[in-house]
Structures are given as structure tokens and as C-alpha cells.
Design a protein around this ligand. Structure first.
Ligand SMILES: [Zn+2]
Length: 262
């Protein structure tokens, strides 16, 4: 059984409150050796760190997702800065830009995004990017940030075009794919997933969302990352073992789990 890493899951969500330990055990049994729980607010970032402290195979990312920036309270950002110093925190995020939901004005999103990128530089941690319907803005903001040097982060659950993927790759980014790549209407996503260089490719579940075929429609969980990996492997003419070896190596290189156990 190949070793896999789920680079993006939300085990901090309430829907996992009833059986979180079982979910982690099922993932481990399915070959998922490491999973990263992602924060979207100060509260869920704190929960991500707490969950990471409970399970050896779980690590955390801390940040305020763009759609939650407007509702964040005084002190939330300072909380993120403090959480970033905790053991088992391996990334800043998720951060990014989102023009699909209208929850946070774009100027405030941009400001928050750049603040997260500055924190990533200060801490030496990689960052996790959410991008929805804002490809041009995203490339602009990433290029701005790259004035400080090559970028060290991941475009998570990527659904953009190949042009945008190429721009991100040129700046140093990794590109990660979730269950969308297995959907019929995700043909363009799968197409990009076959083109990303093998040494920059990552996989994730984004659970509890985006369950891949053949478990689509159910609550997603980290064990299912194998389905997405297998789907992308097939599209690339690789075995699951080959794709898992590459994506797991890439995840270890980007997130440096060993140095994060404090
Ligand atoms: Zn997410």
C-alpha cells in the first residue's frame, strides 16, 4: 500500500466531532501517513493545532480564509501569529482570494492575503492558497509577493486554467488537487493535473467537502485521498504507487513535518 499525504483537510469541522479518532485511524489504515488540518478562522486554527497535538499523524495550518476576513475580530490576527509558533504547525493558511462569495470586500482580502504571506516569510513556513474566480488578481498578488524571492507555498484544490497554473509554477508554487479532478464537470481540472510537473504536484481531500468518485456526495475524509491520487495517476499514465511516491515526497519537501514536532 503506497504512502499518501492529505495536504488539506478540515478535521476541525463539527461534522467530525462524533468520530474524529475513527476518521484518523481509517486514514492511517488506508496508507495516509500524514494529514494537515487547515484553519479558516482564529477559532478553527486553534482547533487545528489542538487536533494536531492529539494525533501523531496530524499537523496544522493556521490562518484566516478570505471569506472569513470581514467577520474576524480584534485580536484574531494576533492569535494566528501566536499559533504559528506552536509545535506541529507546518503552514500559514488557508489564505487567498475569493470573488465567488461576496463575504469580504476584495481590498480587505488582498490586505489579509499579503499579511499572511509576510507572516509566512517571517516564520519560514510555507503558505496555503485558496483561489476562486480571481485568477488574474491572484497572479498579480503572487508576483508582488515574489519580489521578496521565490514563493514557498501551495495552490490548494486548484480549479484554475493551465495559464494560471504555469504562472504559479514559475513563481515556485506547488499545485494541489482535490476530488473535483474526479468529477465529469472537472475535466479541465484533471487536464491541468496531468500537466503539472510531477515534482510540483500535491493531493488533498479538502474534507469534509469535495468527496471524490466513487464516494461523491458523502462526507469526505482523509482516507479518500487515495481515490483522487489514483484518478490522477491513471490520467497521467502512472501507477498509483508512482504518483503517491512523488506527491508524498513533494509534501514532505514543502511542509517539512520532521522539523515541526517541536
Ligand atoms: Zn480548505
Amino acid at each position: 500500500m503506497p504512502e499518501l499525504i492529505d495536504t488539506h483537510c478540515h478535521l476541525n469541522e463539527e461534522s467530525f466531532d462524533v468520530d474524529r479518532a475513527d476518521v484518523v485511524a481509517r486514514a492511517e489504515a488506508a496508507g495516509v501517513v500524514t494529514m494537515i488540518v487547515i484553519g479558516t478562522t482564529a477559532d478553527t486554527s486553534r482547533q487545528a493545532v489542538e487536533i494536531a497535538q492529539q494525533f501523531r499523524s496530524v499537523f496544522a495550518a493556521v490562518g484566516i480564509q478570505p471569506n472569513y476576513v470581514a467577520e474576524s475580530k480584534v485580536g484574531d490576527w494576533e492569535a494566528i501569529e501566536e499559533l504559528a509558533k506552536q509545535p506541529k504547525v507546518v503552514a500559514i493558511g488557508e489564505t487567498g482570494l475569493d470573488r465567488y462569495w461576496n463575504d469580504t470586500p476584495i481590498d480587505a482580502q488582498v490586505e489579509s492575503f499579503q499579511r499572511h504571506l509576510a507572516l509566512a516569510r517571517r516564520t519560514g513556513l510555507p503558505f496555503v492558497v485558496h483561489m476562486r474566480e480571481c485568477e488574474a488578481d491572484m497572479v498579480t498578488q503572487l508576483r508582488l509577493a515574489s519580489q521578496h524571492g521565490l514563493l514557498h507555498g501551495v495552490m490548494h484544490s486548484f480549479t484554475g486554467g493551465w495559464d494560471t497554473a504555469q504562472a504559479c509554477l514559475e513563481l515556485g508554487m506547488y499545485i494541489s488537487f482535490a476530488g473535483m479532478a474526479t468529477y465529469k464537470k472537472g475535466a479541465n481540472v484533471l487536464d491541468v493535473a496531468t500537466k503539472v510537473p510531477l515534482d510540483r504536484l500535491l493531493v488533498e481531500t479538502d474534507s469534509p467537502y469535495l468527496a471524490p468518485q466513487p464516494v461523491r456526495g458523502r462526507r469526505n475524509e482523509p482516507a479518500n485521498v487515495a481515490y483522487t491520487a489514483e484518478w490522477i495517476a491513471k490520467a497521467r499514465g502512472l501507477t498509483l504507487d508512482e504518483l503517491a511516491a512523488a506527491t508524498t515526497r513533494n509534501a514532505r519537501e514543502l511542509f517539512r513535518f520532521e522539523g515541526a514536532t517541536g
